[in-house]
Design a binder for this molecule. Structure first.
Ligand code: C5P
Length: 211
């Protein structure tokens, strides 16, 4: 079965997930959030008291992991897990493991032929030959405001200036790491998600109609 893939890349809190869910619901694409995999692995390591610097232990831990679940979970969205996820994401062996898991999930999924996958390196590294590549552009203040609201809504204590600082730090890590840095993938369409979501939906609808 031929698989049709749409990739969505962009910085932290740019709305990739919301856009992916919109595409998934309206056009019946199976949504895969690659951030969930980095977060779930980060969570598992935190629980095992394995520090991000201890790459030998992380490697060993990954070796005995057969699979990692894609199931989203609100409890994976805390700031502690966000930070650990972006720290372990610098390791090539972590990225290899997660990339293989994504490819396997799509290859072995017999129920679906259409997928929308979001992350940081999806159009640039993981699925370079995707049918449509999107890059989500939002300025950092808007992203921090949205992230702050999300955290307050989920009951986590948070302070806006701290969130803005954390977002800048995560951007720096994601854009400057040696392995698969966050870039605008070759051939990607840039979606401006600074304004209302209706404006974003208009941009997406036009691209989907041409697909
Ligand atoms: O997208 P989300 O914020 O859930 O991702 C958590 C972290 O996982 C990101 O800050 C990033 O460092 C890492 N990540 C990545 N590549 C992906 C998805 C996430 O490096 N494809």
């Amino acid at each position: 079965m031929k698989k049709i893939i749409i990739t969505i890349d962009g910085p932290a809190a740019s709305g990739k997930g919301r856009i992916a869910k919109y595409i998934s619901k309206k056009w019946k694409y199976k949504h895969l959030d690659s951030g969930v995999l980095y977060r779930r692995l980060a969570h598992k390591l935190i629980k095992k008291h394995i520090y991000y610097q201890d790459f030998i232990k992380i490697k060993k831990y990954i070796k005995q992991l057969k699979d990692i679940s894609f199931r989203p979970n609100k409890r994976l969205r805390t700031e502690i897990i966000s930070k650990m996820a972006s720290k372990i994401a610098i390791y090539e062996f972590v990225r290899d493991f997660i990339n293989k898991s994504q490819k396997k999930f799509i290859r072995e999924n017999l129920k679906h032929s259409h997928f929308v996958v979001d992350g940081r390196d999806i159009g640039s590294v993981v699925f370079k030959n995707a049918s449509l590549k999107l890059y989500i552009d939002v300025n950092e203040k808007n992203r921090a405001k949205r992230r702050y609201k999300q955290l307050i809504d989920t009951g986590e204590k948070s302070i806006y200036p701290q969130i803005l600082k954390d977002i800048k730090l995560r951007d720096k890590k994601d854009k400057n790491r040696k392995q698969s840095p966050l870039v605008i993938p070759k051939g990607a369409m840039i979606i401006n998600n600074n304004n209302s979501f209706d404006e974003t939906k208009d941009q997406i609808d036009k691209l989907m109609c041409d697909l």
